[in-house]
Design a protein around this ligand. Structure first.
Ligand SMILES: Nc1ncnc2c1ncn2[C@@H]1O[C@H](COP(=O)(O)OP(=O)(O)OP(=O)(O)O)[C@@H](O)[C@H]1O
Ligand SMILES: [Mg+2]
Length: 329
C-alpha cells in the first residue's frame, strides 16, 4: 500500500445558530506511507476540523462529516462505527493536540496515563510488561521513569507535551497527527519537542501529518506540504516544489510575507484582507476577493485541481492544463 491515508472529496460542516459553517470543502489529500505532510493555513482555515475528521472526533451537534472518504490503509474510516473506530484511534492513528493540558488527566499520575493506553491496546501484556513499556516510553521522550508517579501539574509545559507524545506513541501508531504541537510552548522548548517528534518518527517509521502556521517548522520537518485556505487545499506538493515554485497566489503571498524561513511568525496574516468567514464563503474561488490576479471568471467558477507535474497540485484559474496562463499580468 503506497498511501497510508487518502482523503477524498471530504466535506465537513458545523450547523450553528448563526448559520452553516463550511469548515472543510471537498478536500483531497494523500499521505504516503512513512512520509510527513505539513498542513499550513491561517486561523479558521479548517486544519483542526480536517484532523479531527480523520480521528472521527467531530461531534454532532454541531459538526458533521457530510460526504467524502477517509481511506486509512484502504479502509474508509467515515463508514466505521464509533466502536470500530475505538480500535483505530490511539492504536493505529494518534493525535497530539495544541494544548497538552487538555489531553492529560490532572488527577492521574503520568505513568498511569501512559500505562492505561498500553493496557487498552496491548492486552497481551501483564502488569509487569505494561509497566516496563510505560517506563520505556518515558525514557524515549526524555523523561526520567522515576517521575512516573508524579501528576501533570508537577511538570513544565514542555515536559507535559513530552508526556502527551509518549501517550500518543505508546502503541506505535502508523499515523501521528500533530495539531500545532508546540504552539503553547516557549521557543526553545518548541525546538526540542519538534526534534523529539522528528527523531521518534525516524526511529519508528511513523507517518506524520503536522499542522502548523509556521513555514519554518514545515521546512525542517516535512517532505510534503499542503496549503489550506477557507476549507480547501489550494496547493499541495513536495516541499521543494511548493517552497520554491509555489504556484497559487495565496502560497506566494505566504512566502513573500516572511523574509526568512527561520523567522518566527505568530499568526499567518500575510496578504491584504481577511480569509472569508466559512459561514459566508464567496462564489467561485474562495481566494478571489484577495487575489491580485482575479478575473471575473474567478468570482464564478470553482477552480479545478491541476497537477503541474510530479503531484504538485494547485487550485487556481491561472493554471490550465498544467501551464500558467500568462494573460493579465
Ligand atoms: N465546534 C464548532 N462549532 C462551530 N464552528 C466551529 C467549531 N469548530 C470549528 N468551527 C469553525 O470551523 C472553522 C474551521 O475551524 P478549525 O478549528 O478547523 O480551524 P483551524 O485551521 O484549525 O484554525 P486555528 O489555526 O485557529 O487552529 C472556523 O470558522 C471555526 O470557527
Ligand atoms: Mg486548529
Amino acid at each position: 500500500m503506497d498511501n497510508i491515508l487518502e482523503i477524498k472529496d471530504l466535506v465537513v460542516r458545523y450547523e450553528t445558530e448563526d448559520g452553516l459553517v463550511k469548515a472543510v470543502n471537498s478536500v483531497n489529500l494523500a499521505l504516503k506511507q512513512g512520509a510527513s505532510v505539513g498542513l499550513v493555513g491561517e486561523t479558521g482555515a479548517g486544519k483542526t476540523t480536517l484532523a479531527k475528521s480523520v480521528m472521527r472526533l467531530i461531534q454532532w451537534p454541531p459538526g458533521r462529516i457530510i460526504s467524502g472518504e477517509i481511506l486509512f490503509e484502504g479502509k474508509d474510516l467515515v463508514s466505521l462505527t464509533q466502536e470500530q473506530m475505538y480500535n483505530i484511534r490511539g492504536k493505529e492513528i494518534s493525535m497530539i493536540f495544541q494544548d497538552p493540558m487538555t489531553a492529560l488527566n490532572p488527577v492521574m499520575t503520568v505513568g498511569k496515563q501512559i500505562a492505561e493506553v498500553i493496557g487498552v491496546h496491548e492486552a497481551h501484556l501483564d502488569e509487569e510488561g505494561t509497566k516496563k513499556k510505560m517506563e520505556e516510553m518515558l525514557q524515549m521522550v526524555g523523561i526520567d521513569p522515576q517521575r512516573a508517579e508524579e501528576y501533570p501539574h508537577q511538570f513544565s509545559g514542555g515536559m507535559k507535551q513530552r508526556v502527551v507524545i509518549a501517550i500518543a506513541l505508546a502503541c506505535n501508531p502508523k499515523l501521528l497527527i500533530a495539531d500545532e504541537p508546540t504552539t503553547a510552548l516557549d521557543v526553545t522548548i518548541q525546538a526540542q519537542v519538534l526534534e523529539l517528534i522528528r527523531n521518534l518518527r525516524d526511529k519508528l517509521g511513523t507517518s506524520l501529518l503536522l499542522i502548523t502556521h509556521d513555514l519554518g517548522v514545515v521546512a525542517q520537518n516535512c517532505e510534503y506540504v499542503a496549503i489550506m485556505y477557507a476549507g480547501e487545499i489550494v496547493e499541495y506538493g513536495e516541499l521543494r516544489d511548493v517552497f520554491h515554485r509555489g504556484a497559487h497566489p495565496y502560497t506566494k503571498g505566504l512566502f513573500d510575507s516572511i523574509p526568512k524561513l527561520t523567522e518566527k511568525v505568530d499568526r499567518l496574516r500575510p496578504i491584504e484582507g481577511m480569509m472569508p468567514d466559512p459561514a459566508n464563503l464567496p462564489e467561485g474561488c474562495k481566494f478571489h476577493p484577495r487575489c491580485q490576479y482575479a478575473t471575473p471568471e474567478c468570482g464564478q467558477v470553482q477552480p479545478p485541481e491541476v497537477d503541474l507535474g510530479g503531484g504538485h497540485i494547485v487550485r487556481c484559474m491561472r493554471y490550465s492544463g498544467g501551464k500558467p496562463i500568462q494573460s493579465g499580468e
